[in-house]
Design a protein around this ligand. Structure first.
Ligand code: HXC
Length: 542
């Protein structure tokens, strides 16, 4: 005989299991409920079954669940929609899959909340159908509502063919949310398997894309379609592997050798970023003295103006603990961008690299820099700019490839940025490239120069050739005349002092003091407030 439920007032505090049993129903019913929940969860968790999991492992890939466990703090994952079932396709005999090939939920990275999805390639190739998309959309909505970063672990054959137009509509739902979340919360994509068709456009609209060497691919259409349509044979790797996307297309910002290191790097990136656009990035004290001087910097710039040196020496020297997270490390190496800390505060660093193509700005470097500047500006990350740039890359290849359009992106992005902006001119700052690289004239807040800086319209040789052309041609020894004129020009213009006299440079500093000066400048700019005219949005030259 079951005991009647008691009045609320009379209900004693439940202290042991037998009390619970007495109140809830017969033992066998409870056991049955628990058992079926466990069965359903186990079914959902088994993904596409052991055989497919073994296949996944044999390709050097982790499973969707293993990836979630590695990405998040231990035991922090809270899963949503584990029991949500796919609706099946329009073909006969389709099986319903619990979880529908994607794991979604939230957890923490070093104690800070993030929302995630992880596609399960063992279930219908991780392809995206309606229920799969609804699960992803739900966590995206949560992420925006609570203001937490959103991380997608992609391993998918794209739109689920069996679901027809519903699968295409499902992608549309995600694309909409990617755009609405852009600039509100950081969005990060990891490509951890083949990603084809619609599966590449969502990552392309997020802020950072990670790829894994030898096991991740991104293409709008795969090698088979390429063969059919343009009769070209090409391998997965050559078409859309991590190599091409990190060096040539610029689609991938980070490439790591395997899943484990990739997920570790995502955790590292998250540590530099605020959770949303209303927050400041997290402070992290690396116990590096603010006023630490580095005498090595006094000798960094070679005496010969044409001799290269490695800008990363300066970057590592000034940053807290010499820790620098480089973004787009393999793409357009003539411009370095990435995150570091100064006095514990995250900064975004943009620097010309004189060791590659003399640090010239070309189309790829301009687009790379522009995107990075815009990300930092959207997420309250101050910008630090180290300048050694001989100009924009000349020649028909760049001109016809749209360097005017791409260079304008960088110019536009800097001018648009309202975060604190500090520049140090280390050596060359010539012509348009001087203006573009965060000069005072386009709104930088504090501009320093080293004594080795050369701020001028052209480099000494080019300038002498133009302004002294007639005298050089008329000379008995034109090359000696050119050298003489070049020396005159260098003495007059190739230094920071003309710019300092005009106030375009706030101070010419000793290189060894750079770190301290930057940190003090960041402190004073903390209260910076800029008002911009109201508009729907600007029209950056895309
Ligand atoms: C349904 C899919 C699928 C898909 C893969 N599978 N992609 N099922 N829809 N899009 C299934 C396979 O049938 C297979 O099932 C299992 O997943 C594993 O796939 P394999 O082909 O065996 O794996 P692999 O050899 O590693 O090749 C992976 C792949 C390939 C490169 C992703 O499967 C592929 O080319 N898939 C199609 C890619 C594609 O064209 N997608 C549609 C893009 S159009 P079984 O049961 O046999 O194991 C698109 C439009 C969106 O996305 C537009 C928005 C703008």
């Amino acid at each position: 005989m079951e005991k009647a439920p008691q009045d609320f007032e009379d209900t004693p505090l439940k202290t042991d299991l037998s009390d619970c049993r007495n109140n809830r129903g017969p033992d066998w019913a409870i056991q049955d409920n628990l058992a079926s929940l466990k069965r359903m969860r186990d079914e959902a968790r088994s993904g596409g079954g052991q055989k497919r999991i073994d296949e996944q492992h044999s390709r050097g890939k982790l499973t969707a669940r293993e990836r979630v466990d590695l990405l998040l703090d231990e035991g922090s994952f809270e899963e949503f929609d584990v029991l949500k079932a796919g609706r099946g396709g329009h073909l006969q005999g389709e099986k319903e899959h619990l979880s529908d090939g994607v794991i979604t939920g939230h957890g923490t990275i070093d104690g800070r909340e993030v929302f995630i999805f992880s596609q399960d390639f063992t279930v219908i190739g991780g392809s995206l159908g309606e229920a799969h998309s609804e699960k992803i959309s739900k966590v995206m909505d949560h992420a925006v509502r609570v203001g937490a970063p959103f991380i997608g672990l992609n391993d998918s054959g794209g739109a689920r063919i069996q679901e027809g137009v519903d699968a295409l509509a499902a992608y549309g739902e995600i694309f909409n949310r990617n755009v609405m979340a852009s600039g509100v919360i950081p969005q990060i994509s990891c490509i951890m398997g083949p990603c084809a068709g619609g599966a590449v456009y969502s990552p392309a609209m997020t802020d950072f894309t990670f790829m894994v060497d030898n096991s991740s691919y991104m293409f709008v259409t795969g090698p088979n379609v390429v063969k059919t349509v343009i009769h070209q044979e090409i391998s997965f790797d050559d078409l859309g592997g991590a190599g091409v996307h990190s060096t040539r297309s610029g689609v991938a910002h980070f490439v790591l050798p395997n899943d484990i290191l990739c997920l570790r790097e995502v955790r590292r990136l998250i540590n530099y970023l605020p959770s949303n656009n209303n927050q400041e990035p997290p402070l992290l004290d690396l116990r590096d003295p603010i006023d630490r001087k580095d005498p090595v910097l006094d000798y960094l710039v070679p005496v010969s103006p044409n001799q290269p040196y490695d800008m990363k020496v300066l970057i590592n020297s000034v940053l807290d603990g010499a820790e620098f997270l480089e973004v787009h490390e393999r793409f357009a190496k003539n411009l370095i961008v990435g995150f570091g800390r100064l006095g514990g505060k995250t900064i975004g660093l943009i620097a010309n690299q004189p060791a590659i193509l003399a640090g010239v700005l070309d189309s790829n470097a301009s687009a790379k820099g522009a995107r990075f500047v815009r990300f930092c500006d959207a997420f309250n990350i101050p910008l630090i700019c180290f300048v050694d740039v001989p100009g924009f890359m000349p020649g028909p290849e760049q001109e016809h490839g749209g360097i005017i359009r791409h260079g304008a992106k960088l110019l536009y992005a800097f001018i648009e940025a309202t975060v604190p902006r500090i520049t140090v001119v280390v050596r060359k700052a010539y012509g348009g490239a001087y203006i573009v690289m965060n000069s005072k004239h386009i709104g930088a807040d504090i501009n320093y120069a080293w004594p080795t800086a050369e701020i001028a319209v052209l480099g000494p040789r080019g300038a002498a050739e133009v302004i002294y052309r007639r005298e050089i041609q008329a000379a008995d020894d034109p090359s000696a005349a050119l050298m003489e004129k070049e020396a005159i020009y260098r003495k007059t213009f190739a230094n920071p002092f003309l710019a300092a006299k005009r106030g375009y440079i706030d101070d010419v500093i000793f290189p060894r003091d750079t770190r301290g000066r930057l940190i003090r400048s960041l402190q004073v700019l903390e209260g910076k407030h800029t008002v911009r005219p109201k508009r729907k949005h600007g029209n950056i030259p895309l």
